[in-house]
Ligand binder design. Sequence first.
Ligand code: G6P
Length: 620
Amino acid sequence: MCGIVGYVGHRDATDFLLEGLHRLEYRGYDSAGIAIQRDREIGIRKKAGRVQELDGLIGTQPIGGRLGIGHTRWATHGETTDLNSHPHVGGNGEVVLVHNGVIENYVALRTQLQDLGYVFRTGTDTEAVAHLVAHHYSEQIKLGADETSPEPCLKAVELTLPKLKGTYGLVFLFRGHEDMLIASRAGSPLVIGVGEGEHFIASDAGPLAGYTNEVIYLSDHETVMLSSKGIELKHRDNGRMSPSVQTLDQVSSDTSREGYDHYMLKEIFEQPHTIENAMRGRLDDDEATAKFGGLNLTVPELRRADRIVLTACGTSWHAGLVGEYLLEEFSRIPTEVEYASELRYRNPPLSNSTMVFSITQSGETADTLAAMRECQRKGLSTMAICNVVGSTIAREADGGVYLHAGSEIGVASTKAFTSQVTVLTLLALYLGRMRHLSYPAGQRMIRRLREMPEKIEQTLQCNDLVKEVAQKYYQYNNFLYLGRLYNFPVALEGALKLKEISYIHAEGYPAAEMKHGPIALVDENTPSVFIAPNGHIYPKVMSNLEEVKARKGPVIAVACHGDEKIAELADDVIYVPDVEEYLQPLVTSIPLQLLAYHIACLRGCDVDKPRNLAKSVTVE
Ligand code: G6P
């Protein structure tokens, strides 16, 4: 979702800004723009469409200078048009800004500002902020403030921020201030890159790769003034602060597709390694358990836990559903999975023996962050299962486990899902071994987990077959995905993948529940994808499959190698290795990722940047 970049220093800002916007493309956006200050004027180039189109615009209308800001917009208020793209201008051009987030009270602010004579040119919430800052700035100047000093600029921002309701990451340029950026955040991430005689700012560390690995994460209600020479940091309540500079071991841009046509495909094929990375150093053979460095909970606290709440959004929520089955089976601790967007407002009873885990790839999802903060407010221990190191959720959680899956760029999450499921399996083993699980059972789980990278490698060999299956079905407009027990969340995830990237209507259901509604959709034009690997529920799933066949529904089955019976019933079978039931989601999800991928390609969809979606959803 909206991406921000900014630069102040000695080099030409345009190159950094454009490169940074390209690196932020994965977040999801529909327009892009930059503003550059030079010779006391701020020039703006902005355009609906891809950053590549902005490159083209700047090619024909060049712009250069040593101070600038850039933005990729994911529309919330106001259509996707050149005019609504950021940067936005306040007053008569004395302030230019970019914004990530939503200003909830923008209508009231706009009315007040219009009454004062400000003219609104866009349909955005952001323009109200631009005019409000410009208004406070001009008031400061009228009161006699020195126009050449940064003070009235900072004061104007400080007077504006308390009047904003909602979320923001904001970066401001002030006309005539050639060596100054001001930025502030409340709810939307910003990270500052510290260089030699230059400073950078961005929504995440990606754009900083290759420029610096010294970073400062801005916290909520902090405002920073950056110049080529210095950083001044202030907190709304605590006044001036010294910035805490962190060194990132590796700020990776990880933007190479390594020969794959799409990031999504590359990430699907990375899964043998990412699953291995999620387990690395976490299997304890001597004690037949798992171990975690960062949980930050004592053994008595872990033993006292009598309830687990997993909270997440999207694909991470589906991983949470697999986690519920795993944790209840192995640790016997009652576990619930809550949509973060519901949990944050629902106020369920939570005792202090409840452990809350926020599951998130990005660590920036607004609802997941808000749900976690709500639980913290009530005194609960909150842990994160997170991929992005240094993200807001990773930093604010009381403890947690990193996925170590590397950057996930494809908007449709793939490798993060299987890594989340792997970490949840380790967690179930760990908590189980503290309670009911025997030593031999723990040893067996470890052995099976160690086999998984190899099993995933074998699973990926289905790619060519899945491509053929996709060829046969890509023109259908409705799909059902059906599975039971551990494969019910996989059905939901398979349907989500298809919806996300190929825009086909797909529903995931527990296979038996189909009889209570979705079966009405079954006919020769609605294929059903049955996830039917070996297991104690297999005969039941087969009955459900027969019910679909009896109604002429085409069936694609995902089944275990050697299952010849299913081939007699299903129209197409994609075979996967036979693994224990609790590990099945790690293999059965992969053909479904590939199926969605190939169908989307055949339908000519933009796989890595699906319409309307964002990688990291930083608004409510
Ligand atoms: C967006 C992404 C999904 C992701 C979800 C949750 O909707 O497009 O792929 O599953 O957010 O994101 P998180 O980063 O919290 O896992």
